[in-house]
Design a binder for this molecule. Structure first.
Ligand SMILES: NC(=O)c1ccc[n+]([C@@H]2O[C@H](COP(=O)([O-])OP(=O)(O)OC[C@H]3O[C@@H](n4cnc5c(N)ncnc54)[C@H](OP(=O)(O)O)[C@@H]3O)[C@@H](O)[C@H]2O)c1
Length: 291
């Protein structure tokens, strides 16, 4: 499992272990890896490690599942390099190493709405990995996902601060998927015939409804700020010299919120329940500190 220390990666390690797979977790930080319940761990930076080290990391495995990629949290501390300079080369080296070690299967997590949004760097970076997989000798499955529940935590944070900005088209629809549900689909793909699928959660919601669910979980009155698209586009372009990643993300968030972005209905978890569980956990935290 590569990208094992990420939000989805941690869920995949858990799901694969629960299914009886012996998991080798790959990530950059030995400390983060040590917190995982995987049978084996390898700390390797896929952008800078020598090829021999990357090959050793996948030596003897039957299959690789990759959710490796630059963080989609727009925080400068998590790195500034754009997605074409992280996701594509890191996964390219992983695929090369897997081919060299004769790994049989590869499951890769890419981005939904890839046809409509294929001109954006964020999507392009993933689709270049898919193109390499199609040309490789490895049996590959690609799961293109809609937004993960964990990616919508920022909506809950904004609701907590009082107002949620609505980008693009607030009536555009999507079906976000729980990280755990997607993780189980990744694990199931290991045993299924190779395929490319676009997957999402069981519930179709408008962007406005997603924000309303966050306020409902907090028990507060929904308040929105409607940002003009041109302003978001200009702000994104201005940030490019400072952080190509934030610029890539701003373009993506604007465009993905401007149209319907749907995947096959899959999984069982609902976003409203996820928000309620997070809100409840946050409300209980100060009380626990009093002990
Ligand atoms: N979040 C969404 O809504 C969404 C939707 C569709 C597709 N996706 C895609 O799904 C994938 C997983 O998303 P996520 O939210 O789980 O991302 P994440 O939490 O940022 O995890 C990414 C993982 O990649 C690792 N990584 C980054 N650069 C690396 C490098 N040079 N060498 C080795 N490992 C490296 C990270 O390691 P560290 O822990 O050391 O940083 C982390 O384990 C990404 O490609 C993302 O673009 C996400």
């Amino acid at each position: 499992m590569a990208g094992a220390t990420g939000r989805l990666g941690r869920a995949i390690v858990e799901a694969a272990t629960a299914q009886g797979y012996v998991v080798r977790a790959l990530g950059r930080s030995a400390e983060s890896l040590s917190a995982l319940g995987a049978a084996e761990r390898r700390a390797v930076d896929l952008l800078s490690a020598p090829s021999s080290e990357v090959e050793a990391a996948v030596d003897g495995v039957d299959a690789v599942v990759s959710s490796v990629g630059a963080s989609i949290v727009p925080d400068l501390r998590r790195g500034r390099a754009g997605f074409l300079d992280v996701d594509t080369p890191a996964n390219r080296r992983l695929i090369d190493a897997a081919e060299a070690q004769r790994v049989r299967r590869f499951v890769y997590v890419a981005v939904g709405c890839h046809e409509e949004l294929g001109h954006l760097n964020y999507v392009k970076a993933h689709e270049r990995v898919v193109a390499q997989l199609r040309q490789s000798r490895i049996e590959a499955s690609v799961l293109r996902a809609t937004g993960f529940f964990s990616a919508f935590e920022s909506v809950l944070d904004l609701a907590r601060k009082g107002r949620v900005p609505l980008l693009g088209n607030p009536e555009a629809k999507t079906n976000p998927i729980a990280d755990g549900d997607l993780a189980r689909l990744c694990v199931a793909a290991l045993a299924d015939p190779p395929a490319e699928r676009t997957v999402g959660g069981p519930e179709v919601l408008t962007r406005r409804r997603i924000a309303e669910l966050a306020f409902e979980a907090l028990g507060t009155t929904p308040r929105f700020v409607e940002l003009p698209n041109w302003l978001v586009r200009v702000l994104g372009a201005l940030t490019r010299p400072l952080s190509p990643r934030v610029a890539d993300l701003t373009r993506f968030f604007l465009e993905v919120s401007s149209r319907d972005c749907l995947g096959e209905l899959a999984g069982t978890q609902r976003l409203g329940e996820y928000f309620r569980a997070l809100a409840l956990a946050a409300a209980q935290r100060p009380a626990q500190l009093e002990y």
